[in-house]
Design a protein around this ligand. Sequence first.
Ligand code: SAM
Length: 304
Amino acid sequence: MRKEQWCVAVPRQEAERTRRRLLEEGLLDRGFKPRSEGDAILLPVTEEVDGAVRCEFEAVPERVELPRHELVGGIAVMQDDDPEAARRLLSSRPSLHTVLFPESPVEGEYRTRRFAVLAGVPATRTRVTEYGLHFDVDLALAYFSARLSTERQRILEAMEEGERVLDMFAGVGPFTIILARRAALVVAADLNPAAVHLLVHNVALNRAGNVIPMLGDAGHLDRLGFALFDRVVMNLPLAAPQFLATAARLCRDGGTIHLYALEEREGEYLPLIRAVTRGEVTERQVRTYSPGKWHAVYDITVEK
Ligand code: SAM
């Protein structure tokens, strides 16, 4: 919006010095954007100072304080149950259709949460785009975290072309479909029927013809007679360590297991890992879970 305002006109080369002086004297009007006219720069001022003239300026849009939130496609998940802030958030971002507040922690075998709708369309389903791939997710029905996107790229970059990959706890398929770009084949399992439904949908959405989705318990995967895998992804931080022996049986000598685990002590799972392989292990912190607890990833080279 343009508005008439007092300003001083200064030659371009003096503009920065004058701007600073006006700022120090509290005379620069920060509600408007300075602009150029011919060789001069027009600096908006708060009162009729010496030599001031009236000019039109564009108002600087007021900065809206936004509440803390996490974006998942067109949904914002807020940390506070504050409908007023949710409405502000919704109107500040045209890409948003819904603002949710989690009414439970991530819980149960399916690792899902219950949500209340704070603003916008009452929906928990949305489309997420990550590095050019699309994922339809339903936050109330199946786990999804946008925060793992860097981790998925890290693993993709570590891969050789044409690997055979097993995603033991695939959810709606973000690791699966991203790694499928470089893999020859990805077998993707999950126990949650709603997650596998979305996984199948996302495989089709991204035309990932080298993915085999499966509904089932990862604990049974070593009974199916698969040829051994080059890489196994185990993203079920609360319980994945229980499946490590199965993963090691399914991974070839020299292959890699990425074990995600929730821990309170560095190296907490090393003894368990040592019970299945003597291969090289590196450990990294992925993100904080709660005070004193964090998600770690162990990259394990399987030695048979
Ligand atoms: N990898 C996915 C991602 O990054 O979005 C999903 C990770 S989520 C933390 C773990 C998933 O494991 C959930 O979708 C849950 O349904 C599934 N799950 C839990 N126990 C399982 C089991 N025994 N076998 C297969 N999947 C299981």
